[in-house]
Design a protein around this ligand. Structure first.
Ligand SMILES: [Zn+2]
Length: 287
């Protein structure tokens, strides 16, 4: 299985048990190169091809850093491994590592898509009492509930999202809010929907120029924790095995995430379905 955020194992962050902040990875990923700053793939004309995110996604041939290539149990289907290498680990880890959801708690998740559904499934493994899905697409209500949400809030159908979340959580707000859409207004909703002392986990990537605004006074007074989450926030190579172990024991229904499989030349259909908000993941299968 491939990791898009392998780590060097010896920089400041790797030694500090934060491998998703690895200096070597961050530098190489920023320029689309391998860890020595160079590339290995060229067009027949000699033009450089970038190594997108250390995995060269959608390529039939690739060179990857050795520890970005993780051996897994041979029974695991490649379609499942492909999803665990990206969206599953990102969402699951946001709930399990960064939010660190506790049994009996309340969790609200914004963006019931590829990552958000996995945050929902990850949270569910921890046994919260209340899971709330939040999405502007009304069709996501059924999806969220099928994957374990108890309530659903559509920001286009309620006037005040944090008030709607408080109403579902004994007036307090959720213990954990996990934001997977990357929309600034959703990040602000997630902040205001967490209870005082609660944990806010931004996962979705906003555009670089976008900003969010919080009333300055609330930051100290409400004592909330804001925990940014990237690739699940833990140790990806360890978490892959944890997730696949739960899958093999029937505790994570990753099969339900796999939608249409398609050859590489239909990849644009897959992107179109992603744009349309199709609930399952399209997976490219190489011959
Ligand atoms: Zn490192």
């Amino acid at each position: 299985m491939l990791s898009w955020s392998p780590n060097c194992g010896h920089c400041f962050y790797c030694l500090g048990s934060r491998p998703t902040l690895c200096d070597t990875y961050t530098e190489a990923a920023g320029i689309g190169a391998l860890w020595d700053g160079t590339g290995r793939i060229r067009t027949p004309g000699g033009e450089k091809i970038h190594h997108f995110s250390q995995v060269s996604s959608f390529a039939e041939h690739m060179v990857v850093p050795e520890n970005g290539c993780v051996p897994i149990h041979p029974e695991i289907p490649a379609t499942i491994a492909a999803l665990v290498g990206c969206a599953v680990t990102t969402g699951y880890g946001a709930a399990v590592n960064d939010a660190n959801v506790r049994a009996g708690s309340s969790v609200a998740i914004w963006g019931v898509g590829g990552v958000g559904l996995n945050a929902l499934m990850g949270a569910k493994v921890r046994g919260p009492a209340i899971i709330i899905g939040v999405d502007v697409n009304p069709e996501k209500e059924a999806v969220a509930k099928r994957f374990g949400a108890i309530h659903f809030v559509n920001p286009r159908e309620v006037e005040d999202v944090p008030a709607a979340i408080r109403e579902l959580t004994e007036g307090r707000g959720a213990d954990y809010t996990i934001e997977c859409s990357g929309r600034p207004e959703a990040i602000e909703q997630a902040y205001h929907s967490a209870r005082p002392g609660g944990t806010v986990v931004p996962v979705g990537e906003a555009r670089k120029e976008e900003t969010v605004t919080f009333p300055a006074r609330l930051l100290p007074d409400e004592q909330k924790r804001i925990v940014g989450s990237y690739y699940g926030g833990g140790v990806p190579e360890r978490d892959f095995h944890q997730i696949l172990g739960l899958y093999r024991r029937g505790m994570l229904d990753l099969d339900a995430l796999v939608g249409e499989t398609m050859p590489l030349d239909r990849i644009n259909d897959g992107f179109r379905m992603l744009d349309e908000g199709v609930e399952t993941r399209s997976v490219v299968v190489f011959d």
